[in-house]
Design a protein around this ligand. Structure first.
Ligand code: ATP
Length: 283
């Protein structure tokens, strides 16, 4: 594989009131340029922790991330990030929200050129006629479109998406998935997306990275997604491998659930045994 992104031995330990908590440990992943990878795993396993470390928004405890031959050290315009909620400036218009980033990344471009970049990406996400609407007056779906346009307008080398469609109704979600794929294929942007939705992962990505349950979460399994691009939803759903892959992914998640149940039971047994031992020594 022609590696464009290398995440090596990535680890994160948070300081908590109960002492250090190792959330992610030895997370390793390589991505080719233009590849679309989805990260899936149980709630709380550490997906956002990995993504925010790659974004440079969360300090790295161990290991590192190399993008286009440069090890990252904090956030940068080479990475665009979209969260579940777009966090726009509500009193500013759609285009001014996009220009906030564009002005920073292209400070030497003419004002009209910066305007054209912002307007172009807003029109790609279907907001060509709402450039001057205040963010506060836009629906949730429209606000998320602004968030996506804002990330793309910076022309990042890598796009990091943390459940970008999580708060949207299913029709808007499907429409935005298709718009996003169209732009990504055109711009060849390397993308990492977190999702809880197995079907979304299968529709969007080239590979699906399954994380183990935390603590010490890491890459548990990687599924190759064999569907041709450009993707047509009905064709993907009718592909002979679709339901087998889907079943294997759900099987992995169920296996993690089972392991957690066993580990929790062992922990309870251990706590009970030490309590009994203490009682016996007191008695
Ligand atoms: N700043 C922090 N300090 C201490 N613990 C944290 C901090 N941020 C996250 N955690 C813990 O790290 C674990 C992983 O959190 P993270 O948000 O990365 O998981 P996730 O897989 O993205 O979850 P979800 O799918 O629910 O969004 C959780 O147990 C969380 O409580």
């Amino acid at each position: 594989m022609n590696e464009f992104v290398e995440i090596f031995n990535l680890g994160k330990t948070y300081d908590t009131t109960n002492g250090p908590a190792v959330i992610v440990q030895q997370f390793n992943l390589k991505m080719a340029q233009g590849e679309y990878v989805c990260v899936l795993g149980h709630s709380g396993c550490g997906k956002s922790t990995v993504l925010t470390m790659v974004a440079g928004l969360n300090s790295i405890t161990t290991g590192g991330v190399v993008i286009a031959n440069r090890e990252i050290d904090g956030p940068g315009p080479d990475r665009g990030v979209v969260f579940q909620s777009p966090c726009l400036m509500p009193w500013m218009t759609a285009i001014d929200n996009v220009l906030l980033g564009v002005d920073q990344v292209y400070p030497h471009a003419k004002k009209s050129e910066r305007h054209d970049i912002a307007a172009y990406y807003l029109s790609l996400v279907g907001l060509g006629s709402s450039l001057h609407s205040r963010a506060a007056d836009l629906s949730q779906g429209m606000q998320q479109r602004v968030g996506i346009a804002r990330a793309f307008a910076l022309r990042p080398k890598m796009l990091l998406l943390d459940e970008p469609f999580g708060m949207l109704d299913s029709l808007t979600r499907m429409e935005l998935q298709e718009i996003l794929l169209e732009i990504l294929v055109k711009d060849q942007v390397t993308t990492m997306m977190i999702t809880h939705d197995v079907d979304e992962a299968l529709f969007m990505s080239d590979r699906v990275v399954m994380m183990t349950n935390g603590p010490r979460a890491r890459v548990g399994k990687i599924f190759e997604v064999p569907f041709d691009r450009p993707r047509v939803r009905t064709e993907v759903l009718e592909h002979p491998d679709y339901y087998d892959l889907r079943g294997d992914m759900i099987g992995f998640l169920e296996e993690q659930d089972h392991k957690k149940l066993v580990a929790d039971a062992a922990k309870r047994e251990h706590a009970k045994a030490s309590e009994e031992q203490q009682m016996a020594s007191v008695g």
